[in-house]
Ligand binder design. Structure first.
Ligand code: JD8
Length: 260
């Protein structure tokens, strides 16, 4: 996959150079190209913003630099890829959207600042290529860079060969395949830490009991922390599940399983 990111703060994307993404790039799974939008300005102040039509506070990003930048980036190959524009007024980013984007051969991120990008930029390119205005959540950031990094990490780790053990992807929260429940609590050595012990059931080696305990914990966490996920009807609940969540309504997840 090729990923291009355009921003007036290209250094903001440096963290993408680190760790896993760095290795994915080394392994050729991913090529990442970060561009400074001001490279497509021509005035001595390298202007990228102007006052909003209709008045109001703040400044809006001018369409011309974006037009020149995206023409150059999309003009390179027959299939320009998918243009992603992070915005608080976008479609909510989810794991299933990440799975869809992970099938693309190329993603181009347009990271806005100020009050946002002149809307004609999205409208213009939407007539030429897939364009998605995406929000990473219902809170306000100061620009699109952090959102782009969130989306890139969520997508890149789904690329075949990215994570060492693809099985680890299967059981994750929000993964439709994993029943859409939140993850169960996890533990490792030492068995006792600051007076806290690892739940006894996990030390029995009894896979059936462990699986049941983990399902119960996942259900309780989901019921207490994300009841909206249960309401969405996506997690398929069995009768025992319903009994579990009903029996423990209002009780904190951790308190459910008796600790040995
Ligand atoms: C892109 C400019 C700042 C937003 C005036 C603050 C995504 N989930 C999200 N929250 N915020 C963003 C986001 C914010 C952005 C830009 C994304 C470009 N801003 C603006 C409108 C109100 N300022 C986001 N994805």
């Amino acid at each position: 996959m090729r990923i291009d990111v355009v921003s007036i703060f290209p250094d903001y994307l440096q963290p993408l150079e680190l760790a896993l993404l760095g290795r994915a790039r080394a392994d050729g799974l991913l090529t990442l190209h970060v561009h400074d939008l001001r490279d497509w300005t021509h005035d001595r102040h390298r202007t990228v913003d102007d006052t909003p039509y209709g008045g109001g506070a703040g400044m809006v990003m001018k369409p011309e630099p974006w037009g020149e930048a995206l023409d150059e980036l999309t003009g390179q190959s027959g299939n320009p890829g998918h243009l992603i524009v992070p915005t608080p007024s976008g479609t909510l980013f989810t794991q299933s959207l990440a799975e869809q984007l992970a099938t693309e051969h190329r993603l181009i991120f347009a990271c806005g600042r100020y009050e946002g990008i002149d809307q004609r930029v999205c409208d213009h390119y939407a007539r030429r290529m897939p364009v998605s205005e995406i929000s990473i959540g219902d809170y306000v950031l100061s620009g699109g860079e952090v959102a782009a990094m969130v989306i890139i990490e969520a997508v890149a780790r789904l690329l075949p060969g990215f994570v060492g053990n693809p099985d680890s992807l299967v059981e994750e929260s929000h993964v439709v395949g994993a029943g859409g429940l939140l993850e169960y609590p996890v533990y490792t050595k030492p068995v006792r830490w600051r007076g806290e012990e690892v739940p006894e059931v996990l030390r029995t080696g009894h896979h059936g009991r462990i699986a049941r305990w983990r399902r119960e914990q996942a259900l309780l966490r989901t019921a207490t922390r994300r009841p909206d996920l249960l309401a969405s009807g996506r997690p398929v609940l069995s009768a025992p599940d319903v009994a579990t969540s009903a029996a423990h309504d209002g009780e904190s997840a951790e308190g459910a399983a008796p600790q040995a």
